[in-house]
Design a binder for this molecule. Sequence first.
Ligand SMILES: Nc1nc2c(ncn2[C@@H]2O[C@H](COP(=O)(O)OP(=O)(O)OP(=O)(O)O)[C@@H](O)[C@H]2O)c(=O)[nH]1
Ligand SMILES: [Mg+2]
Length: 332
Amino acid sequence: MSFFKKLKEKFTGNTETEEVSDKYKEGLSKTRGSFSSKINDLVAKYRKVDEDFFEDLEEILISADVGVSTVMDLIDELKMEVKRQNIKDSAKVKEVISEKLVDIYYGDEDSSVEELQLNDGELSIVLFVGVNGVGKTTTIGKLAHKLKSEGKNVVLAAGDTFRAGAIEQLEVWGERVGVEVVKHSAGSDPAAVIYDGVQAAKSRNADVLLCDTAGRLQNKVNLMNELSKVKRVIEREVPGAPHEVLLVLDATTGQNAMSQAKTFSESTDVSGIVLTKLDGTAKGGIVLAIRNELQIPVKFVGLGEKVTDLQAFDASAFVYGLFADLIEENKE
Ligand SMILES: Nc1nc2c(ncn2[C@@H]2O[C@H](COP(=O)(O)OP(=O)(O)OP(=O)(O)O)[C@@H](O)[C@H]2O)c(=O)[nH]1
Ligand SMILES: [Mg+2]
């Protein structure tokens, strides 16, 4: 079966999967608009698949923030596949590209969504880190909604005591979603807030505690020290916790996001990435660069500002979003 047909079968004709593919389609419309039109122009320009074709393709991928070394791998794979299938017609390459994008994301692992690692029946703690403005607090609100709708008992801890208004912002989310928020006053010790959050979560038999943290302090060293302190409190209070340390990155910042990932993973064990604001960029290819160059799984993507716009990352759905027009018109 062709790859587009497989994707079409997976993501259409069923309300549950259609909801997912619709979200990706909508959230990736900027990237699709720019990426797909460039690919279409490329195919129109080169009828035959030759060296020049691949060179231009390389540029298109790099301009979508796919990341240089990932692009190189991808181009090598594509060349091999084109040879193997003896593809002469450039239009046929589109499908091979989409298939290889999924392959390259998952690498040798079996292609399943990287789920949030939560402990069933016991308290799980998720710590959110990332620089200011990337979307930590918003993501916590969205994830709280998602977990609650799955029947989980969720508590939030307002660990950003530094930025004015940060505590209130989390409280607004708490009210909107209908979950409890543990807080202290502004300027207090974040580790103490998190400690209280853990005690509250334990005494309420909560399933998940989501911990917000500051994105900016007086300086970077302070921030990293504070995060370590918060993490130590969590480790001490709940063996095996934090179950996830999620680094939130803003997709619209491109290479900056990559360097943030390097900085944070040097001082904390980041277990996964939340890539926000994919809806706001035409360079959604950064998902692939992050996975491939940092070896950290992207667990969620932010595809808009609405509470339902946080999606578990699924590379097939992502590629569906990128090539939706081609996939849907596929008559096979
Ligand atoms: N379009 C879009 N906007 C988003 C997304 N995620 C977050 N935002 C917006 O990004 C802005 C910053 O989000 P916050 O959640 O306050 O960011 P933060 O990381 O908590 O920032 P600090 O508290 O300053 O460290 C808000 O206006 C959010 O609505 C997304 O997936 N798409
Ligand atoms: Mg915040």
